[in-house]
Design a protein around this ligand. Structure first.
Ligand SMILES: C[S@@+](CC[C@H](N)C(=O)[O-])C[C@H]1O[C@@H](n2cnc3c(N)ncnc32)[C@H](O)[C@@H]1O
Length: 256
């Protein structure tokens, strides 16, 4: 099923079914969630935000988790994302972006990293679905992180193209909107020069198969930089990965 067909099928799903694993299966292609590597048997105090921990404490399985935290990457990917961002932030003027806000839970994790790093910056996040963004805004507010998030509604490609026109660097981008090969590649290409300009990082979800896996093979073959893959997290399909551009050489790096 291509993205257009999936959207049509999704429009036919009754509202009460939308926040269920069945609803998600209809949206993403039936059966693909069975290979989930999202974990539920862990101490919720490990999570970086108390509101996230509260909702996740009430989630013993994927079915409940989808009701409470939407289509989020889940644990341990939340913490992987949190520490990757926390350990990547520049001392000032951080530019951090996310495509695919959904209900705002990866946004919360990223905003918490900005707060914990003492950054005076906001996660610029976008979702194409105008109905979901108010829910994300509400969740981010409940998490106490509204000052660290800037919400946008629309297609990620126009948004990233505009961002690349305004900013001379992008430190960190989490691409988690449309996971088709062409879309992921267009997102990557839109921000690549700005990420490369500062030795920044691009974080991917759903990496083990499908469009994102294909995009990663292409990036590995066509672009400089390093790609690190984390198979044991997330779901449908599982896996996260981080691409980092070749850090700019400084005078100190010159061989004597
Ligand atoms: C898997 S969910 C994101 C989950 C979220 N990042 C998290 O981990 O909590 C994907 C989201 O991407 C949005 N989306 C799909 N295509 C998009 C596009 N072209 N531009 C922006 N958002 C898009 C969908 O509406 C959906 O809410």
């Amino acid at each position: 099923m291509n993205e257009r067909m999936k959207r049509r099928a999704w429009a036919l799903v009754p509202d009460p079914l939308k926040d269920t694993v069945l609803g998600y299966a209809i949206r993403r292609g039936v059966g693909r969630f069975k290979d989930s590597r999202r974990m539920f048997d862990y101490d919720r105090r490990l999570l970086p935000n108390p509101y996230l921990a509260e909702l996740e404490s009430a989630s013993p399985d994927l079915e409940t988790a989808v009701k409470l935290t939407g289509l989020s990457i889940g644990y341990p990917a939340w913490n992987l994302l949190y520490y990757c961002l926390l350990c990547s932030l520049p001392p000032q003027e951080a530019v951090v972006v996310e495509t695919g806000t959904n209900q705002g839970f990866s946004t919360i994790v990223m905003a918490q990293a900005l707060k914990d790093a003492g950054a005076s910056a906001a996660v610029r996040t976008i979702d194409i679905d105008p109905e979901i963004v108010p829910r994300a805004r509400h969740n981010v507010e409940k998490a106490g992180l509204s000052d660290y998030v800037e919400f946008h509604v629309g297609d990620s490609l126009g948004f990233l193209t505009e961002l690349a026109g305004e900013q001379d660097h992008v430190d960190f981008a989490f691409l988690d909107g449309n996971h088709e090969f062409e879309h992921v590649m267009k997102e990557f290409e839109a921000i690549h020069p700005r990420v490369a300009a500062c030795g920044g990082k691009v974080y991917f979800d759903n990496t083990l198969s499908g469009g994102v896996a294909e995009a990663l093979r292409h990036i590995r073959a066509q672009y400089d930089g390093a790609l690190v893959e984390f198979s044991n997290c997330s779901w449908s399909p599982p896996g996260n990965a981080i691409w980092q551009s070749q850090p700019r050489a400084t005078e100190g790096d010159a061989l004597s």
